[in-house]
Design a protein around this ligand. Sequence first.
Ligand SMILES: *Cc1c(COP(=O)(O)O)cnc(C)c1O
Length: 398
Amino acid sequence: MHDDSTPEAAWGLETLAIRAGHHRTGEQEHSEPIFPTSSFVYGSAAEAARKFGGDEPGNVYSRFTNPTVHTFERRLAAMEGGERCVATSSGMSAILATVLALLQAGDEIVASRSLFGSTVSLFDKYFGKLGITTRYVELSDLAAWEAAVTPNTRLLFAETPSNPLSEVVDIAALADIAHRHDALLAIDNCFLTPALQRPLALGADLVIHSATKYLDGQGRAVGGAVVGRNRELEEIFGVVRTCGPCLSPFNAWIFTKGLETLSLRMRAHCENAQALAEWLDRHPAVTRVYYSGLAHHPRHALAARQQKGFGAVLGFEVKGGREAAWSVIDATRLLSITGNLGDVKTTITHPATTTHGRLSADQKAAAGITEALIRVAVGLESLEDIRDDLARGLDALA
Ligand SMILES: *Cc1c(COP(=O)(O)O)cnc(C)c1O
C-alpha cells in the first residue's frame, strides 16, 4: 500500500511547495480541492457542542477555519519553517492582526524608514490612535535600531530588501537586538518569499506576507499571511477569528496553486532582473542602478550571504530629472505603468510621484527617492522585449 505520510520535515523547499499540507478527501482527488462554504454541519447535537466548545477539533465557520485556507496555511508555514501560519484577507490585515494581537497602548514599534506606504499609514495614523507609537530608522544602520529601542519597545519591523533601492539589513543581527531587549522581530518577506529568504531560520520571530505579490505571482488575488511560533500565532489567530480579516477559500486556493511554481518563478524573475540590471548599468543614459545583485551595490555581500537570490525589484536613475524619467516611462508600450509588483507582468513606476508621493521633499531626500529614479518590478516576459521597451526611451536621452 502506498504510504503518502512522508515526514515533511525532511522535504526540500520545492517539494514542500507542491505537497505540504495536502490531505485528500474521500474522493481521492489528485489536486487540492476548494471548499467554498461559510459553515459546517455535524452528525449530532453532541458533536456540534464539542466542536463549538473546542473540545474536539473541526471546522465550525469559515471566519474561524476552512480546509482550503488551512492547506495554504500549512504549506506556507512549512516553506517558511514556522510552527504555524495564519492567513488573512490582505497583507495589510496580516500586519494589523499581528500588532493588535501582540501590542497594547504604551508599547512601541521600531521600524525601517523604507516601508510599504500603507504600512507607514497603519503605524502612524491608526496604531498611533491606539497609543502605540513607531520610531523609524535607516534599514541597514544597526546602531540606529539599537539606539531607537526603549524599555517599551515590543516589536522591530523591517522589509528587506527595501523598495526601490534594494537596501538590505542583517536579519540575524537585528534579531539579536530585538531579543536582547525582549522584543519580537517581524520581517515583511514579500520581496523575496521563502524561495529566496527564510527569516525565521535567521532568528526572526514573525514573517509577514502580502500573498497578493509573488505567492500568487499572477496578479489575480489579494491576501496575506503571518508565520511564526504557536505562542504568538495563537494570539494572531484570535484577532483574525474575532475581528474577521480572514482569507476567502477561493483566494487561498489560488495562492496554494501559486506556491507550487514559486521557486521556478522566483528563479526566472531573478534571472531577468539580474540581466536587466547589468544592461541598465552599461546604458549611457543611466547614471545609477540600485540592485543588490550588482557587485557595486553597497549591500551586495550581505545580500549574497543572507539571500538565495536578489529578487526582481530594481531602481535606476536617468540623466535629467522628472521630465527625463517620465519620458522613459511614457515611451514604453509593453511594460505596465503601475505601482504593483510580484506579477509575471513587468511593471514600471516613478516612485517620487506615486508610491512615495506622500513624502515631503526632506523625507524623499533621506529615503534616496530622487526625481530621476524609476522602479521596475521585473516580470517573466522575454528579456529582449523588456529591454527593447526601456531602450526606446533611454536611447532618446543618451
Ligand atoms: C503590497 C505590500 C503590502 C500590503 O499587502 P496587500 O496585500 O496589498 O494588503 C505589504 N508589504 C509589502 C512589502 C507590500 O509590497
